[in-house]
Design a protein around this ligand. Structure first.
Ligand SMILES: [Zn+2]
Length: 506
């Protein structure tokens, strides 16, 4: 809650000084920056054209200067301002080891980055949680929402606070409310059934919506249940079947209320762990990997029930966040980020209904990142092809999975990472989301602009970014959200995305 005055942290005064220096520089060298009002030459697009951005970009590049660029190059009319996270996907400069884009500081903030709440937390909203000290320290006493909001308003731009369920273990209180894994160990992730965790999320969004005249909240939670985690069913995780969660007292109680047998669930996950560890060593069960896996699920239906319990906890928090925001003001909007695994994994897809999510949100930000999508899809195939589907050659498995997912034009497994996924993938995933939501909420595909990838994997080009944005709009999306954060986007790519928005006729 308090800021460290004795440190070399950036203060609000320094921030304002730097902003006015940047403004003076812009006036002295007008050709270097886009002009005020250049976006006004064309009518503002009716669709929501959002962009995700963290506090550091405004600190490094100035508020007015940055908003100028977003409007003039990207045709952006909505700011998704990273307000709470301890993660580097949404906050901070370019992640270490990746090339900096052609704007902002070119110096790594690896050491300075901490994360937390970049607005000013008001203690009265955190009475029902042990998480009372979450204020991000790296920009001193700067309250980024307070500073950016009036500048955005002046331009007719909307502003949403983005909040993300990513913590670090040294945050006071985290250890007490963390999940418990299969072996009974505390982990670094928070239990979504814990009353203090639920109290934190509702307290945070109430604080942000009451303390600032924002347009609403975009909530990020990319966490998976234990079944998917055990078999490596996402693109990003390592397979850690002995560390699956959550088996804490609150989960045990929630299970009991639903008639799920805790001991049987734990036994099921212990056997699943043995299956996965043997599969990773290539120790083929006599009936084959898939049959053995399916048999585990048939003999221990508690495995699926416990995985479902995770989703219940996650979606309960979404519903509570939505209700808390609406209780501040009915017209405030709530959106949920729908993670990339929803694109790749048919088992995950089966656990989500767009029309059900639509009952808890005004809009869904559906991830359709296509450049990094190639690398991520390949990684997912590698994970799932090392356990449950280990009997199937991976390139055949990938083709089979393409059919399940209704992908038509994607490259072979060996070419996926370098080729990325196609605009057709974006078109199809957008249409699937629109059909699933049945008009009950808006669909805003998340467009990949420079999301970091491996050295030889597909990087965004202006043509790709134009095609991706155009595909989402052509599919009927209610808008787009440029992702993941401005501090990793090259300006030529942002400009191409803006051109697709301006040239879209629909
Ligand atoms: Zn728990």
């Amino acid at each position: 809650m308090k800021t460290d005055k004795s440190s070399k942290h950036f203060t609000r005064r320094q921030f304002l000084d730097r902003s006015s220096r940047l403004a003076a520089a812009a006036m002295a060298a007008p050709a270097l920056l886009p002009q005020h009002g250049s976006a006004a030459e064309k009518p503002a697009p009716k669709k929501m054209i959002g962009l995700q951005i963290g506090a550091v970009s405004f600190v490094d590049e100035g508020i007015e200067q940055t908003l100028d660029i977003l409007q003039s190059k990207g045709a952006v009319n909505t700011i998704f301002l990273t307000t709470f996270t301890y993660g580097r996907g949404l906050a901070g400069r370019q992640i270490p080891g990746q090339p900096f884009p052609d704007h902002g500081s070119q110096e790594s903030d690896e050491k300075a980055f901490h994360g937390g709440n970049y607005a000013m937390p008001h203690p009265e909203f955190y009475q029902n949680t042990v998480l009372k000290q979450t204020r991000a320290p790296e920009h001193g006493d700067l309250d980024i929402v307070k500073e950016v909001l009036p500048a955005a308003r002046k331009r007719g731009m909307k502003l949403f606070c983005s909040i993300e369920d990513v913590f670090r273990s040294d945050v006071p209180g985290v250890k007490e409310i963390a999940e418990v894994d299969l072996q009974g160990r505390r982990t670094g992730t928070l239990c979504l059934f814990h009353p203090d965790v639920r109290g934190f999320w509702t307290g945070l969004v109430t604080d942000l919506c009451k303390s600032y005249d924002v347009d609403g909240i975009l909530f990020f939670n990319e966490r998976n249940g234990p079944l998917l985690n055990a078999v490596g069913a996402s693109h990003s995780q390592s397979i850690a079947s002995s560390r699956v969660t959550c088996f804490c007292e609150h989960h045990q109680k929630a299970a009991k209320d639903r008639g799920i047998d805790f001991a049987r669930a734990r036994e099921g996950y212990t056997k699943l762990d043995q299956f996965v560890q043997a599969a990773l060593k290539g120790q083929r069960p006599s009936d084959g990997y898939f049959v053995e896996w399916w048999r585990l699920l048939v003999e221990h239906p508690e495995i699926i029930a416990w995985d479902r319990l995770f989703d219940v906890g996650k979606h309960q928090v979404l519903a509570e966040v939505n209700a808390a925001v609406k209780s501040v003001r009915r017209d405030l909007q709530v959106g949920f980020h729908i993670e990339h695994v929803n694109s790749f994994n048919p088992i995950f897809r089966a656990t989500r209904r767009y029309d059900d999510l639509a009952t808890k949100a005004d809009f869904l930000k559906v991830v359709v990142y296509n450049n990094c999508g190639g690398e991520r899809y390949a990684h997912f195939m590698d994970n799932i092809g090392s356990t449950v589907f280990r009997d199937v050659p991976k390139d055949e498995l990938k083709r089979f999975n393409d059919h399940l997912l209704n992908y038509a034009e994607e490259k072979s497994l060996s070419e996926l990472a370098t080729a990325g996924l196609s605009p057709d993938y974006i078109f199809r995933e957008t249409q699937r989301a629109l059909a699933g939501a049945q008009g009950k909420c808006r669909i805003l595909p998340g467009i990949d602009i420079g999301i970091p990838v491996g050295k030889n994997s597909r990087k965004a080009s202006p043509d790709d970014t134009y095609a991706a944005t155009a595909a989402a709009l052509k599919a009927g999306a209610h808008g787009v959200i440029f992702s993941r954060k401005y501090s990793e986007m090259r300006l030529a790519n942002l400009e191409a995305a803006g051109r697709a928005v301006r040239e879209f006729k629909g």
